[in-house]
Ligand binder design. Structure first.
Ligand code: THU
Length: 132
């Protein structure tokens, strides 16, 4: 669908903006939020390595800044032979704003490579409902 293509294109475009002088590994992420808008982010590294941000975290910040708190779908784009799946920490970050069946679109510079869900990447997850 067109919306999915737009989401994937936004994630790939965000790769170009990455600040990744240490790893040289550019990652882009794009979230389709409940308002129908797309919120993008890129990885932002730091000379103090652990302080860097993943692309997914940046996209979530952009979404929250826009007043949104529901991820309908998220695309993550990164180069390389391996699928650029979200790291463990980002799976939990996505969990905060998504449902188990929320699609996660894994992309490279050419487009979509693999479609998965949050439940597949983070089974038996701990989320906001655990605290209610
Ligand atoms: N990275 C992301 O942006 N998202 C992920 O889910 C995996 C890793 C970034 C962090 C770091 O800047 C670079 O990729 C190499 O690990």
């Amino acid at each position: 669908m067109q919306q999915q293509k737009t989401l994937i294109a936004a994630a790939i475009a965000a790769m170009d903006k990455a600040y990744a002088p240490y790893s040289k590994f550019h990652v882009g992420a794009a979230i389709l939020a409940a308002d129908g808008k797309i919120h993008s982010g890129c990885n932002v590294e730091n000379a103090a390595y652990p302080v860097g941000n993943c692309a997914e975290a940046s996209a979530i910040s952009a979404m929250v800044l826009a007043g949104q708190s529901k991820i309908l779908a998220i695309a993550v784009a990164g180069a390389g032979d391996e699928l650029c799946t979200p790291c463990g920490g980002c799976r939990q970050r996505i969990r905060e704003f998504a449902e188990p069946e929320t699609p996660i679109l894994i992309c490279d510079t050419k487009g979509l490579r693999y479609t998965t869900t949050l439940a597949e990447l983070l089974p038996l997850s701990f989320g906001p409902d655990n605290l209610s």
